[in-house]
Design a protein around this ligand. Sequence first.
Ligand SMILES: [Zn+2]
Ligand SMILES: [Zn+2]
Length: 362
Amino acid sequence: MPRAAVMPGPRKPIEVREMPDPVLEPGAVLLETIVSEVCGTDVHLHHGRLAGVPFPIIPGHVSVGRVLEARDVTADALGRPLVPGDVVTFYDVWGTCGRCWHCLVTKQPTRCPHRRVYGITFSADEGLYGGWAERIYLRPGVSILQLPDGVEPDDVIGGGCGLSTGFAAVERGDIAMGDTVLVQGAGAVGLATAAFAGLRGAACVIIIGAPNARLELARHLGADVTLSLETVPPHERDERIRALTDGRGVDVAIEASGNPAAVPEGLRLLRDGGTYVIAGHYTDVGPITLNIHTDVNRKHAQIRGQWGTEFGHVARALALLARHRDRLPFARVIGSRYGLADAGRALADVEALRVTKAVITP
Ligand SMILES: [Zn+2]
Ligand SMILES: [Zn+2]
């Protein structure tokens, strides 16, 4: 019987449970988990900050595993042959319906009410639907992706869900070649955003964040300028960014911090007619005060939210990882590895920022 680290409910200790052996229905694939991630979302889940979570759950939404068994499945989502033994990852969203108003009319599948996310909105009572487990059950319809040649599990999981979220945020920002881009936040999403902004052709990528170890990683991933939240006060950040942009402000700013204070700062540092993407506010942290006249209306600013990711973001992010492995050393982001029994400690370490990317190796 496969073991899993189960989050029984908000603020309750993580328990290791034995789960029933899954029986594969046609179209299903069973993975032996190689590695899964611990991210900020898992911390939010543990604090009960997300609505509609069917506790108990097996956390771990982005994972890499080895195909143990595949029933009537012979290819991945891109049509590449799939056989037992292959190392794969998968798009963590299942069940986007393709028939609702969001899917059909406005073409915003990330707002589809039928979508469910591995590690977040599947109950452990339903089965092995999270990566903090020895096995992961991929039900029919899950989009599976072979890891491209030369891409290792650590490359993928070091970026984790931040890979696709950062990719999506960069796309949402419509960064033009030669733009100056500000990234707020140096967690997994901010780091990937900085990396992809550089690949997209930004002339200068500035990142504001903390602690210093994360800013160091940001430099390895392509950030040109790092500004520490801990040692560079807001007025100095303003001055530095004004100086870098001839006083005008950045072309695109991407919020990846989840900190409401970042939003007025980001809008203030945006040039006239610039684009501001909010990708870090996955949970409700309350309202903020903005000067709508100076920072939005007179500035002629565009503000865009980025909710969730689509399969294409994952597939394209992986393709870039394969092409630019030297420029995207996400494996270096991995700080510590934890077994299932230590999943609670992993959560505490992530929450306390003791580790940038914690991973679970069941
Ligand atoms: Zn739908
Ligand atoms: Zn995540």
